[in-house]
Design a protein around this ligand. Sequence first.
Ligand SMILES: NC(=O)c1ccc[n+]([C@@H]2O[C@H](COP(=O)([O-])OP(=O)(O)OC[C@H]3O[C@@H](n4cnc5c(N)ncnc54)[C@H](OP(=O)(O)O)[C@@H]3O)[C@@H](O)[C@H]2O)c1
Length: 299
Amino acid sequence: MRVLVTGAGGLLGGRLAALLAERGLDVCAAHRRSAPPPGLPAVALELTDPGAVEDLLERQRPDAVVHAAVLGRTDQCEARPDVAEAVNTRLPGRLAAACRSRRIRLVGLSTDLVLDGTQALSDEAVTPAPLGVYGRTKLAGEEALLARDPSAAVARVALVVGRGHGPRGTASEAVAWSLRAARPVRLFADEFRTPVDAESVAAALALLLEGEATGRFHLGGPERLSRLELGHRVARVLGLPAEGIEAGFQATYPGPDPRPADTSLDSTRARRVLRWMARPLDEALRATRTEPNSEEPYQ
Ligand SMILES: NC(=O)c1ccc[n+]([C@@H]2O[C@H](COP(=O)([O-])OP(=O)(O)OC[C@H]3O[C@@H](n4cnc5c(N)ncnc54)[C@H](OP(=O)(O)O)[C@@H]3O)[C@@H](O)[C@H]2O)c1
């Protein structure tokens, strides 16, 4: 199967492109400025340019598309809502229309941050109510994608841990790199997530690409824990000193991007329909890279 991965230079998108290729799929990496994983055929382009999406599909002729390109930094979305809307909302809609008319299987990535964070372990039936521009534009992107291509699927991914791609770290990498450099880290004791790793997400995507399941799927890890608990777990699993970890609370957060308290995901639908299971958290954390861009995980 020939799969085009957009956003293949991204933290999660890049890792997914590499993992889908390792699974034997014929992956083409569509990226912009950030470099995709080495060894993959790649196309560099600005996806919001007029005609870019249609041209890409005509040239690459994929059987399937995994759409991971995003304006993903929540603070940048607050600062540039126009760009967030173009990339996170209008682009998935355009891509879905183009895939639908060419009978290309489409799986879009979304986020747990479409939820308002007022309840634990939300399943797909919970009505999303995003707090910030990122979540709002991503939710509108889900809606646009599924409206334009009802045969598509959307994978709502939880906080990503374990090994990522490129210079930015996953949540576990950010903690590990700080602790290793003896930089203190403040982590919220009142912010709950179900962290998941790219390996588990890639396994779910492979199942979605092979099958015909439609609609939204929550992809969360097997444990619900606070950011503070996650930090201590990272330190324990990777053998790093935990003294630098301080407890923080959402009320003291100075940033412009509102933070939902509990966006933990119930992934029963993915388990039932796809027969998918996320990896155990400790196993996921062990793949955390020792430094940015490193190929080496902690031992
Ligand atoms: N990372 C997480 O913790 C996480 C958690 C839950 C869900 N997700 C979802 O997973 C997906 C992938 O996230 P990620 O972590 O890989 O994001 P990321 O690291 O921010 O990467 C996104 C990539 O998209 C590219 N891109 C943005 N706008 C583009 C455009 N107009 N044309 C072409 N490329 C463009 C960017 O290229 P440049 O490098 O040139 O800017 C960047 O490399 C997103 O749907 C996100 O919502 C991520």
